[in-house]
Design a binder for this molecule. Sequence first.
Ligand code: SF4
Length: 434
Amino acid sequence: MSMLDRLAESYPQTPAVVRLKAAILFAGVRFDPCLLDATDTAFPNYMPYQLPADLPPFRGSRRIHLPYLLRMEDDTQVRLRIKDDSPFVVRTDAHPLGYAIYEGDRRICATRFEEKQPWTSTLTADGTPMRATGLSQHGDMLVMNVAPGCEYFVVPGEGKTRNLSCTFCLYGLPDKQRMDPLGQELYVIDVPRPTIGRVIEACDLPSTDARTLYMVGGSMLDMAAEGERFVRIAEQLAEAGLTDRYYVACGSGAIPREHMRRMKDLGVRGACFNLEVWDPQQFARICPGKASIVGRERWLEALEEAVDVFGPNNVMSAFVGGAELEGEGAFDDPQQALDAAIESGEVLVPKGIQTVYSLFWKMTGKHRGEEPIYTLDFFLRLNEQLAAIRRREKRPVNPEFFSKRAAYMQLEPDYDAADPAFAAVFGRAGAAAD
Ligand code: SF4
């Protein structure tokens, strides 16, 4: 039986396009030469692909940045990776989108590659490449990270610093090469004005074609200082009119209510404070900085305060699906991880806080960073149950905050957009499971 047929039999509640997305997230696609031709126009994968030895070099190189994202006709977005043993392949096709996905010899549906954003190849007025301003784009979400260094990596102690970073995190490492061009200094609230100015210049371009502007950054040890940093950035965005143009959201730590209120007054519309892991013991193990410096109770309290300030459809918390199953002290039974994840939805969704589960990629071993910890079945079971909670509570993920076009490794917006119960929110009849 093919993978898609098996999934259709096992997960009839899941829309067909979501099963296909999940299957490709896990199984990848086989290499096809059409991927090379698409490199001129497609949004590139940051990880280069090494051409197999039996193929000639492409434009003199064997390391190629292949397309990163597939975009289906209904805007479902999927992260692409090449796996030689995948049953799926993308080929050129007569359909107006230009390509189609095949499972074996069976044509499944038309697709295309998400295109390169034209703004990323231009320069700011002071000659900085736009893509080096701290701004990146996934579908219709701009992610602004002008202070990437996270202080949890270097918590001052007696005579030396301690690393209390989240165990899965590499992107928050205080790396001079990333921090210096942005002018970020650890333990300092302000990011230099010219840094924010350059991001504003990029966000101001009509060609971003984005709807959401998501402010993120590494954590500060002092939540009030971190709140102040985000307020000051939001002030500059508001002055530039960007809080009118975009749905601006704050992706900080559990900052004080006062800072949430000031941001709301400036036009910021949503907040996402990532708890990462629901189970209290696993949270303390995986996120030692968040657990010991802020505390789980305060984190949950801040999420509830954010609902008071921004409103119930405007608050989210992201979770790293599978982190509880890796490392010393991990759950030994995947069912425990599933139960904990469902509990997060049962507790948070009725309060107006959306849970969003990203796949966690293995951090150790031969397939470091390449293979998810969850199985495909686990991921679908988890998502079906969380979607049922959102349906029961009549609380879909807010598409202005987190849309199908932005979710390239998560499934929540895909389930909700296809759910007939949420047709009014998405402006069209949902496409129920076929
Ligand atoms: S708080 Fe955790 S996930 Fe966020 S940047 Fe720091 S270490 Fe990484």
